[in-house]
Design a protein around this ligand. Structure first.
Ligand SMILES: NC(=O)c1ccc[n+]([C@@H]2O[C@H](COP(=O)([O-])OP(=O)(O)OC[C@H]3O[C@@H](n4cnc5c(N)ncnc54)[C@H](OP(=O)(O)O)[C@@H]3O)[C@@H](O)[C@H]2O)c1
Length: 318
């Protein structure tokens, strides 16, 4: 038996994939996995949730639609091969506390959260479990309860966060690639997460504060006033973290290139504020502030952006 005493620890999985977080990204992966293999993990705080399977239409980038029905995970009957975690960063640790005891200790866990900090917290909490992180440029949103839009095809990089995840990367990659989505194993997942963090830190808070699509940033006074100082802070942080460094100018160029290439997109942070949901600011600019504090580096622009986005959320009633 596993440490929890609830589940056998060495039986192979039954070919199912459990998904914790039945939101946009969870529904995207569920919709592309082979029919019948995806299972959503019910919220333990919502006992009625699992009464009926989840049904929705997945609208694909090639303009096709697929009807999807996903059953709920029942630990008494199923032994998944894999757990995908598609909760928001701030919900992840608490959500996993309720789910981990239901899974054998060898079941790989793949974290899809944006930003940084939640992945490290999960790996530190369960250092002996195979924990992986994914960084994806797939985009999904839910304009209505029964519709999930796959907004654009991207790529998903996958890498180990704990030692016991290394031997399972190939198998996990194969399982995720059975969706037809592009999945690439990497030994440099932390670098991938940092690269995305930098872009998110330079785009998301400004779009949330200005309530504008990504491309409109480039001429906005708030962005123009702060972007160089923000990039200086990030550049110094990379150096202090002993990560591959980049000059503030190069960072600004990267951020502006992405804002231009995604000009009409609404960032997840802007969407969260618009819909009255909590944002992931603590795991993006807030993460940089806390890393800076540990390293003795002041991060006033990251701090200001974090505080202002939080203030915005408070104004929207959270
Ligand atoms: N969407 C994308 O295109 C995309 C792309 C790249 C990365 N990501 C990252 O992926 C993560 C998820 O994003 P998302 O857009 O899919 O968010 P989302 O639509 O808000 O989905 C999160 C889901 O997690 C559920 N959840 C929260 N706590 C839970 C718990 N304790 N037990 C079970 N379920 C729980 C939520 O349920 P309720 O609705 O009931 O609260 C919600 O359905 C974020 O970190 C995001 O940054 C998303």
């Amino acid at each position: 038996m596993a440490a929890s005493g609830l589940v056998p620890s060495n039986r192979p999985g039954d070919g199912t994939v459990a998904i914790l977080g039945a939101g946009s990204l969870g529904r995207l992966w569920a919709g592309y996995l082979p029919a019948g293999t995806a299972l959503f993990v019910p919220r333990t705080d919502s006992p009625d949730q699992s009464r009926y399977p989840v049904s929705y239409q997945l609208l694909c980038p090639d303009d096709t639609e697929r009807p999807v029905t996903v059953a709920w995970f029942d630990p008494a009957c199923q032994l998944p091969d894999l757990l995908l975690v598609t909760t928001k960063a701030q919900d992840t640790l608490a959500a996993l506390e309720t789910v981990m005891p239901m899974l054998p200790e060898h079941t790989p866990v793949v974290l899809f959260q944006n930003g940084m900090g939640s992945q490290q917290a999960v790996a530190a909490r369960w250092p002996d479990r195979p924990v992986l992180a994914a960084s994806t440029t797939e985009g999904a949103n839910r304009p209505a309860a029964d519709i999930t839009v796959h907004a654009g095809r991207g790529q998903t990089w996958l890498g180990a966060l704990t030692a016991s995840a290394n031997p399972v990367i190939t198998k996990v990659t194969e399982t995720l690639a059975s969706t037809g989505l592009e999945v690439i194993p990497t030994a440099a997942i932390l670098q991938r997460l940092w690269d995305k963090l930098i872009i998110n830190a330079g785009i998301n808070p400004f779009t949330a504060l200005l309530d504008c699509p990504n491309g409109d940033l480039l001429t906005a006074p708030l962005f123009l006033e702060h972007i160089d100082a923000l990039c200086r802070e990030i550049s110094q942080l990379l150096e202090a973290e002993k990560l591959p460094t980049a000059s503030p100018q190069a960072l600004r160029q990267r951020i502006e290139q992405v804002a231009t290439a995604t000009a009409s997109n609404t960032s997840s942070m802007r969407a969260d504020v618009q819909h009255g949901r909590a944002t992931e600011i603590d795991y993006i600019n807030g993460f940089m502030v806390s890393r800076g504090a540990r390293l003795g580096l002041p991060m006033p622009v990251n701090q200001m952006l974090t505080e202002q986005v939080k203030q915005l959320s408070t104004n929207y009633g959270r």
